[in-house]
Write a protein that binds this ligand. Sequence first.
Ligand code: FE2
Length: 411
Amino acid sequence: MLYRNARIENAEATSDIRVTDGLFAQIAPHLEAAPGEEVIDLNGKLVLPPFIESHVHLDTCLTAGDPVWNMSGTLFEGIECWSKRKDKLSRQDIRERVQQCVRLYAANGVQFIRTHVDVTDPKLTAMQALIELREELRDVMEIQIVAFPQEGILSYPNGKQLMIDAVKMGADCVGAIPHFEFTREYSVESLNFALQLAADNGKLVDVHCDEIDDEASRGLETVAARALELELFDKVTASHTTAMHSYNNAYVLRLMRLLKMSKINFVANPLVNTHLQGRVDTYPKRRGITRVKELTAEGINVSFGHDDIFDPWYPMGNGSLRDVVFMGLHVCQMMGYEDIMNSYRFITTNAAKTLHLGDRYGIAEGRAANFIVLDAPHYYDALNRNAPVLRSVRMGKTIAETRPAATEIEF
Ligand code: FE2
């Protein structure tokens, strides 16, 4: 199969791409079609490596309004709504919603998902369902599973054992939620436990870290210190870190040295945190998003995630990561020309680092032929016009196609 005239990652010039046996066989300015070879002309459209969802909760997705809507929109009413919905939770219910959500993502060019799965459940129902689906959906979506202790590790009955069990069942990453633990001591101990569990079992780490507007919430320094000391480095990710928005600058200056030494990744969730943070403020209201601009300027890896898709905590979401990037650039004030042009990296190459995909990801000869085609010549235009993903190709096979809507102007 020969794809002609692809504009790979905003390049000025176009390239031809030959795909053979599910791999990128050749990439060059011009390739001759072999006799009988199928040719698709991409007409200078933007070609990117697939989008990556680096932070979502698939086990809660598509439950907004069932059985009740979150009327205030707050995190706490979200927890109340979820506790009512939790009664109906079954393996089949989770399977159906996750399959539906994966199809939404696929339609929008996503081929990799890191999902957090609540393990503060003595039956580990959601974990079981997600582990099955990870295998069943492997051909169309690569799913990474984080054992996520929604109600804490030390602050939930048998919390440590549930984490150990989830890792034994096959979780890819160990999670934690230090800002939700009962005490600061529990917070530190939960992180020591989680990172040691990951080190002992060769797992990645992704912590829900300081997702609160409390400037005294300082789980991040413990995450970074343990990542450094246990030599886990970039296997570790700190998600949310919204408290960093409220830290004083003198503390951030000191912290930044440790963050760089630790080599950890960050995930910001601009839609959900703009919606949920600053809720106890009157005016001025904090934006409550981590310091993406400053972390990026220091060479620290940051990716963007959706976090919640149409659930009690966030009432929107259609599987498109475009809106995540769009909101992220606004709220982080990263709207310079280069910032906008390169912002696809938050949901592609940067996210690939977070997920530790290595050379399993990227458009290069010899790698898996996974790519997407957008209806735009470059990402600036794609983002601005909300251009659809025309085609998503995985291992050389088209797994989703979209025909753009046509508008007739009548004047
Ligand atoms: Fe989250």
